[in-house]
Design a protein around this ligand. Structure first.
Ligand SMILES: C[S@@+](CC[C@H](N)C(=O)[O-])C[C@H]1O[C@@H](n2cnc3c(N)ncnc32)[C@H](O)[C@@H]1O
Length: 229
């Protein structure tokens, strides 16, 4: 499968309702102190972002940030980067950061893909994409975050042994992800050995808002874990 370059258009909402006053205030005061430099201005050195970190992890499309904040709180030696263009989600993450006193998170309030391109080879140990927008219509499949391009870039970014976690509650998106993982099988192996390995969420993987919504609506997620060879 050839990795066509991604379409440099961001689909989906940047905002829904007006920001709550606290969120708006944190966007002005806290976000500038945590923002990742603009990838358009040059390569990004994650060691400069997190001088003390033992590992760097990236979450693409963190939504309300509950998974990212949990991982940061439970893994204080890790530098967590989160990329999310949806302002209401960023506002929620900033509340988690302030309330939890978290000091190991940096935020890219934008499309994750230019950020991914600006990070060095083998700079990540973990990469998360949880419940990406499904874009169910066939003519919209090119909008999906998971793509041949994504797997190629993930292969470049993850160090050997590094882990890519993808969750989806949409069976077609699960198949789509596995198809692209197969296309990238020189770089990745799917770690599942039995059905429970993808049907059960590991303990170090907290439920996200979208997963809770999917379960309420009767959809069962799959938890896909791939290891960089
Ligand atoms: C369905 S929501 C899931 C949010 C969260 N991961 C969860 O499980 O609750 C998908 C998220 O991906 C974000 N997203 C879509 N395209 C993106 C991109 N190119 N880079 C970063 N985030 C993106 C959307 O803004 C949205 O918040």
């Amino acid at each position: 499968m050839t990795a066509q370059p991604y379409i440099p258009i961001l689909y989906g909402r940047r905002q829904d309702k007006a920001l709550k006053p606290r969120h708006a205030q944190l966007m002005e005061t806290l976000l500038p102190t945590l923002a990742v430099p603009d990838p358009a201005k040059g390569k990004i050195d994650p060691k400069a972002l997190f001088p003390q970190a033992e590992e760097i992890w990236l979450e693409v499309g963190f939504g309300g940030g509950e998974h990212l904040a949990w991982q940061a709180a439970h893994n204080p030696s890790v530098g967590m980067i989160g990329a999310e263009p949806f302002i209401n989600g960023v506002g929620k993450l900033l509340v988690h950061i302030e309330d939890g006193g978290l000091d190991n998170i940096r935020i890219h309030f934008e499309d994750a893909r230019p950020l991914m391109q600006s990070l060095p080879d083998a700079s990540l140990s973990r990469l998360f994409v949880l419940h990406p927008d499904p874009w169910p219509k066939k003519r919209h499949h090119k909008r999906r975050v998971i793509s041949a391009w994504f797997f190629k870039e993930a292969a470049r970014l993850l160090a050997p042994g590094g882990i890519l976690r993808v969750a989806s509650d949409i069976p077609d998106y699960v198949r789509w992800t596995l198809m692209h993982a197969r296309g990238a099988s020189e770089a990745f192996e799917w770690t599942a050995e039995c059905a429970n390995d993808w049907k059960c969420r590991p303990e170090d993987w907290p439920q996200t808002r979208y997963e809770a919504k999917a379960r309420r609506e009767g959809r069962t997620p799959a938890y896909l874990i791939f290891r960089r060879k």
